[in-house]
Design a protein around this ligand. Sequence first.
Ligand code: GDP
Length: 476
Amino acid sequence: EAITVQELANRMAERGADLVKALFKMGMMVTVNQTIDQDTAELLVTEFGHNIKRVSEADVEIGIGGEEDAPETLRLRPPVVTIMGHVDHGKTSLLDAIRGAEVVAGEAGGITQHIGAYQVGLPDKSKITFLDTPGHEAFTEMRARGANVTDIVVLVVAADDGLKPQTVEAINHTKAAGVPMIVAINKIDKHEANPQKVREELLQHEIVVEDMGGDVQDVEVSALKKTNLDKLLEAIQLQAEILELKANPDRPAEATVVEAKLDKGRGPLATVLVQRGTLRVGDIFVVGAASGKVRAMIDDKGRQVKEAGPSVPVEVLGLSAVPSAGDPFSVVENEARAREVAAYRQSVLDRKRTTSAPVSLENMFASKASTIMEFPLVIKADVQGSAEAIVNAVNRISTDEIKVRVLHSGVGAITESDVTLAGASGAPIIGFNVRPNAKAREVAERTGVEFRYYDVIYHLTDWVKSAMAGELGPEM
Ligand code: GDP
């Protein structure tokens, strides 16, 4: 049973590069794409202070998508980027500007199609894939469904406005996912722009940009005036090189749905992002719990294509039903197999619905030989002062065996975004004098995220203590 360093990193919400460093210290020279055995994986998990649990029911028990690709089959693939940031800081403008610059640069033919993701070509012929749905909600929703498609996050901060609540949310969601970040300091054309203040504010959230002696790249841009877009693309490219993103293009495709809809004329459509292998017209596939056969594929420039390799987004025609974003899309050998896999997935879905326990990152590995465990929490309070006091109080509860990890804390009602974040990491949400809104309640119902409400801090810490003791089990 092997796992790649990157996959393990994703599951632990750590950076792949940090795992590589740790392995190096143990005397192993590996890249993020290489596989390591179970024992080494456990050692690493321990090293990073995570809880080790083994999965009893592997998602791959049906036998598709489980096998690892041999290292010699791997080829470099383009990075997949998600843009996040506060509302009105320029996420959409930046996505459009990057895309527009390329269209002007003259990719032959085609009209821009909004299919949910697009690729831009760089002067050296390499490519970058951008997901067209900006923001951390879609990002974490996908992650909660087990789909980790984003390799790099570009955090947009308006230089005239600085860090805002959704900027902080984006930072926390990115950290929880263990995805590296690049900061785009936008709107530098405005004379109120103060990029240095943005860098200083980022420090308060432990984001240390290169200018301040850290290792997070930052680029000053103007989406409006199209300033420094090339620098931003270079920064992404550099980060991608460090990540050494690779996939085997010569195998049946495995992809993830990034967007889906019902088209009046063409029926159900899904934009998929190929993660490994090559998807071809005529391929038979399973997507979520439905199946189909690729009738045609359309790329982001509106052109019909015959095949799509790793990191390439294409719109697929030939589905029997509309899938959801985050659904796995796998090519199988024949229709009988497709029906079998679809039926299996449906049964898993049905089972999940009845046992609504959230799947936690930490739960991916289960064993009695656990060392330091983590107790993830999301905290929402009515005022900033309370939120800070609670974070300090719960952090003090950490012991040698179990450590509190506050994934996110903030002010205001519990939102859908808080619930998806909590769900993706198996965390309960504590509301201090605040309650969830209707949408958050509905999502929690579906995903099994637990809410706890308090108005006295020591009642809250008492609960955290006892819940942590429960996690540790009676033998501790
Ligand atoms: P989003 O909500 O993050 O997607 O932000 P938008 O892309 O919709 O941008 C919000 C507003 O900021 C719009 O009015 C844009 O025209 C403006 N804007 C975006 N980028 C820039 C920029 O670089 N400079 C200036 N001056 N305005 C910008």
